[in-house]
Design a protein around this ligand. Sequence first.
Ligand SMILES: Cc1cc2nc3c(=O)[nH]c(=O)nc-3n(C[C@H](O)[C@H](O)[C@H](O)COP(=O)(O)O)c2cc1C
Length: 150
Amino acid sequence: MIHQLVYYSRNTVPGGDRAMLTNLREIVSASQRNNGRDGITGFLIFDKTWFVQILEGDRAKVTETYNRIARDTRHSGTTIINVRDVEARLFPNWTMGGAMRTPEVQEVYLQHGIGSAMDPVRLKSTQIVALALDLQAFEKAKRQGQRLAS
Ligand SMILES: Cc1cc2nc3c(=O)[nH]c(=O)nc-3n(C[C@H](O)[C@H](O)[C@H](O)COP(=O)(O)O)c2cc1C
């Protein structure tokens, strides 16, 4: 059984898109290193205000990873929305996939009824997982398109 944890937090990193991307690059590289070691996969959705993350893997490792993340000063108010056991990983190919909300992915948000600001406080974990899966598919299609074009 795979343990899955969904949480949200407030992004406390000051600055614009550029600072946010630099910061995210650091988070993603630490995640790839640690999550690869710990058998954790998942997806991170974020904008200027929020982080929403799905972590999946062994229960003890997911808990340990979440506890470490929760102490990170780049965000605050980490709140678990849901934990459950699932049959299989939903994000098997990502030690940590990530998608910043940009105009490019706006259509994906719109398909999920999120037209303006995302409010994770009001989102159900099933909606978050569905959004993350579509963002993952969008990223994948984009990469394949780039490969074809090059
Ligand atoms: C929103 C957010 C998500 C994060 N996700 C992960 C993660 O999935 N895995 C991870 O190891 N660290 C993650 N981190 C970073 C951890 O908080 C911490 O900085 C890192 O694990 C420390 O790694 P190190 O001890 O190898 O330097 C995240 C941080 C933030 C702010």
